[in-house]
Every structure is written in C-alpha cells, then in structure tokens.
Write a protein that binds this ligand. Sequence first.
Ligand code: 5AD
Ligand code: SF4
Ligand code: FES
Length: 360
Amino acid sequence: SIQYNIMNMLSSPSLNKRDIVSILKMDTREEMDALQSLAMEVKQERVNRIVYFRGLIEFSNQCRKNCFYCGLRKGNKGVNRFRLSEEEILKAADFAHENRYGSLVLQSGEDQSEDFTDFVCRVVKQIKSRYDLGITLSCGEQSEETYHRFFESGAHRYLLRIETASPDLYEKWHPEDGKHRFVTRLNCLKSLKKIGFQVGSGSMVGVPYQTYEDIAGDILFLRDMRVDMMGIGPFIEHSGTPFYRSEAYSIRQEERLGLTLRMIAILRILLKDVNIASTTAMQVLDKFGREKGLLFGANVIMPNLTPLIHRKDYLLYEDKPCLNEDASQCNNCLEARIASVGETIGYGEWGDPLHFFRRT
Ligand code: 5AD
Ligand code: SF4
Ligand code: FES
C-alpha cells in the first residue's frame, strides 16, 4: 500500500534525497490522504493533538540585509521603519499573560548594533520579571557573545531559518557580500545549540531556482542538525524585491501549498517529537492553510500580537493576513479555527519540544 511504501522509506537508515523527492511528489488525493494519516498518527502519539500558542511580537523591521525574497530588505525604500517601545512590547506581553499563552516570540529584522542588543536584553528581563512566559527570540545572525547575553537575560529558544540547506541556492537568493554567507548562518545555528537554546530552523518552499531535490535536502538538514522546532512556509512574492515576478521558478505557484504540507508531514513522521509551526504564509495561499498545516502534523501557531498600527510595516511578503485585526480578534479567530479541526489549545504551558530534552 501507499502507506507501507512511505513508512518503508522514511524508517530506513539509508533514507536519501531520491526517496524524499518521491514522497514530495505524491500529490494525488490517495497519496495525500496516506501521508496525512501517517503524520497524524505520529502527532497523536508523540505530541498529542494540542496546539501551542506563541504570541508573535514583530518589534523592529530595521534590517541590515538585502535578501532577494523579503519585503523588509534594506534596499526596499518603501518601508516605514520602526522599533516598538518597551512599553508597547510589555503591553503585548500583558495580553499574552492575560490570555494564558505559554510563550512569546520576539521577532525582528537583523540589527547588530550594541543598542539593539541592550534593548532586547532589557525587554526580555522585564518580561521575565513580570511573567512566567517562555521567550523565543528571532533576531537573525548575531555574534556568539550576543547570543550568550540573550540567553542570560532569560530567552530560552531561538529561531533562525537556514532558508535553504543548499549553499549554491543560498548564493542565488542573496547578494554576494560579506553579510550574506551560508557558513555564517550555519555557524550561528551551531552557537545557539552550544549555548543551550532550544533551536528552531526551517526553510521556504517555492522560491526561484529551488527544486524538489533542494527541498529534500532541507529535510535532511533539519534532521542532521537535530533541530527542535521547525518553521516552514511557502514563498510569497513582494513587489519591492528582486524576486517579484521572477521567471526563474521550477516549482509552480499551485504546487507550493501541497508541497509545504507534504514537507510538514514528512518532518513529523521523521523527527516525531519536535514542534512544527503552522505558518501564516500558508494562509495566504489557502483560506484554510493553517488548519491544513495542523492536519498534516504541525502543532504550533503564532497569533500576532504586534500593535495594529505597525502591522502593515512588517510585510516580509504581500497579502499578509490580519492587517486589520487586533490581538483579541486574531485570538478568537484562531480559537475557532483550532476547534474546527478538533484540536485543543495548550493554554498555560510553555510547550517545550520534547525533542530538546531527548538530545540534551
Ligand atoms: N515569502 C515567504 N516567507 C518569507 N520570509 C522572508 N521573505 C519571505 C517571503 N517573501 C521568511 C524567511 C524568514 C522568515 C522570518 O520569513 O524564511 O526567515
Ligand atoms: Fe532581513 Fe530577515 Fe528579511 Fe532577510 S529575511 S531581509 S534578514 S528581515
Ligand atoms: Fe488574525 Fe484570523 S488569525 S484574523
């Protein structure tokens, strides 16, 4: 049967890219159903059908980088640059606490100034002194010393997507300068693990030049790096970037959502007790994109807590959902969406990935 075939490949110690590509290409209804039920079996058994909320605070869109795919790139002069005040961030943390969220994600563009590091450390300490919230940072590449300071202030998780595990493809997605180097990114992930963070990474699906083989490589990378948390999302164009209306696609727009779902399912079956986010970008391609993510094995959702007035200034990609809904509207919306797929929200718990405790 199809299920037997998939399990045979995914449980083999000699699993290779070719096997993974063959699963990534399983797009008939029957094949999708088979993959989905296998992923849900593992999810049910290893992490339960509980969805953890991570309140997302997009606190600064200043970025030193120029990634070809991202709307916040430095070269996009159409962006109104902002950094939230401590007070605004603390207000968002209040909301998370009042609504019994287990943890927060503080995300920003890449800023390596000392002032930025000080700011982040101060804010993390303040939040930790008020509430027992888990804190995830997602502030790009930093020195090992800075990562240390982040950890000491009380953050215990860090998200840094590798974007693609192929160094060649990485070069095609970024300008050729000292700021955009695959090895630097890889070394950052290693530093984060060494320091003791629970580490999240991931990649995009359907970016120009990317192939199915590349995506299979991303899956093997996440396995081999022993990453605890994963964020995978389809690529969505932004008119302020060089990749807008690119001709260099090998993965068609219509394939992206299904492919992302299959990637999530494969990661769940393969890595078992990791946390996997059902990302907002999936909802751009399909009204029920995030629900589908949960039904293919994801177990984390990041409700947006960024103050409404700044949401339109944090567009990594265009058509981002929730630009006109505030934290409590998004909260209610997501509660309903999660109930609609029969899952429970893990209120009041950090929801650490069991994978982390197994590897440390
Ligand atoms: N479409 C989808 N995801 C994007 N990201 C950046 N730009 C885009 C885009 N145009 C993702 C990157 C980054 C994360 C915060 O957002 O993977 O790591
Ligand atoms: Fe900056 Fe991140 Fe966007 Fe690259 S993906 S331009 S590092 S915000
Ligand atoms: Fe924001 Fe639905 S999650 S409105």
